[in-house]
Design a protein around this ligand. Structure first.
Ligand code: SF4
Length: 100
């Protein structure tokens, strides 16, 4: 019997304030690869578009998203290539995981 590959079970929480980023230095970009979307404000949608984002989407009810499933297009290795311009959710998100 072929064993299933181990997957990470992701958990996360949004804080009210931006995280200091210290955890990112040891991260393997689990959250930037493991979640389907990042919700954006209108301004963030326009900013990411000006930075060349190809995986932007908006809905008729006025929601804006960056699709990051299978890896955000702005990842450079395991680091954010637009760190100073990353969306608010990326700034406030704190990721944790366990091997499943
Ligand atoms: S914008 Fe940066 S921090 Fe946000 S998901 Fe993409 S690579 Fe990660």
């Amino acid at each position: 019997m072929i064993p299933f590959p181990k997957r990470k079970k992701l958990h996360g929480k949004l804080s009210d304030v931006p995280q200091d980023g210290s955890r990112c230095s040891n991260c393997d970009a689990s959250c930037c690869k493991g979640f389907p979307t990042v919700r954006l404000s209108t301004e963030e949608y326009e900013l990411l578009g000006s930075l060349g984002a190809k995986r932007l989407e908006y809905t008729l009810n006025g929601s804006f998203f960056l699709f990051i499933e299978n890896g955000c297009e702005f990842l450079e290795g395991n680091r954010c290539g637009i760190y100073d311009h990353r969306p608010d959710i990326c700034r406030r998100f704190s990721c944790d995981y366990e091997e499943a």
